[in-house]
Design a binder for this molecule. Structure first.
Ligand code: SAM
Length: 281
């Protein structure tokens, strides 16, 4: 049932979008001294070898992090994200890519905590090795949705849940809607970020409409599309829903999204979108 392996896609344009935004969310949490907790429900393997057979199969990273790697003219937010990838590549050559767990770990301060859940046995095993002996990181071989009732609210009372599922299941958006309500019930002040793919647009648009009707305040939606709706089948773009976004994230994304498009564009087409699905109170 678990067919998806992120190793084939690590560092592609969708990862760049997701991880550049994630970096900004964690930076915002660091603005206050009080410790925070991050819960990464669909953690993947933690880090990826870009010289491995899966990564080399379609070389998706070449259209993502590969486009930014040698640029010296990046804006501050993209430069910040690329710096995190550089920290993993000591020789200066792009060989390894940090998944969300490795990226998040690099941004923790001594009192902050990271909790990871991953269901695939091989990816969970890789995660367990990656963070063995790290007292700030807990790794669980568990269902990310069940983790919400098990681990929320966190003792720190501030932090972020990242939901980044593989969208292999037909009811993934329905599960996410349920998850959003669980998070809101258990931890209304927590931040949540949900990545989603844009292939056929209808399911993600329905998801957004329903989110806007849940009577949960402060829901921001950011999207990047590199291919038109009538283009070849596949991943046209992706989006991130942020619930309880940090102050002025919309202003940051207003700069970051056009820059992402500019750096990652593959042809004439390209679109970004930034919209409040529910206003902040
Ligand atoms: N968040 C990772 C990153 O940014 O580096 C990538 C995650 S990948 C898109 C999705 C992961 O979710 C896969 O590794 C898959 O095995 C895992 N997965 C699928 N269903 C799950 C579930 N119910 N609970 C936890 N993990 C799950």
């Amino acid at each position: 049932m678990l067919g998806y392996r992120h190793a084939f896609h690590a560092g592609n344009f969708a990862d760049v979008f997701k991880h550049a935004l994630l970096t900004q969310l964690i930076r915002a949490l660091r603005r206050k001294d009080k410790p925070f907790r991050l819960l990464d429900t669909h953690a993947g393997a933690g880090r990826y070898d870009l010289l491995s057979a899966p990564a080399r199969k379609n070389r998706e990273f070449a259209g993502g992090i590969g486009r930014l790697w040698n640029r010296k003219d990046l804006g501050p937010e993209l430069a910040d994200y690329v710096e995190q990838v550089r920290a993993l590549n000591a020789g200066g050559e792009l060989r390894e890519y940090p998944g969300s767990p490795r990226l998040a770990r690099a941004l923790l301060r001594p009192g902050d905590r990271l909790l990871l859940t991953e269901l695939h046995p091989a990816d969970h095993a890789a995660l367990a090795v990656e963070f063995a002996g790290d007292r700030q990181v807990a790794v669980h071989h568990a269902d990310g949705y069940e983790a919400l009732t098990r681990f929320l609210p966190p003792p720190e009372r501030r932090g972020l849940v990242l939901l980044d599922p593989a969208y292999e299941l037909k009811d993934e958006f329905a599960r996410l809607l349920e998850a959003v309500q669980v998070i809101h019930r258990r931890w209304a002040s927590g931040m949540a970020a949900i990545w989603y793919p844009i292939r056929d647009r209808a399911p993600s648009l329905r998801f957004q409409r329903t989110l806007g009707e849940l009577e949960i305040p402060a829901i921001l939606c950011a999207e990047l599309a590199l291919y038109p709706d009538d283009g070849p089948p596949g991943l046209r773009g992706c989006g991130m829903i942020v619930i309880n976004p940090p102050w002025r994230l919309d202003e940051t994304l207003d700069r970051l999204l056009p820059e992402l498009l500019d750096r990652l564009r593959v042809g004439d087409f390209g679109e970004t979108r930034l919209e409040w699905l529910a206003p902040a109170p």
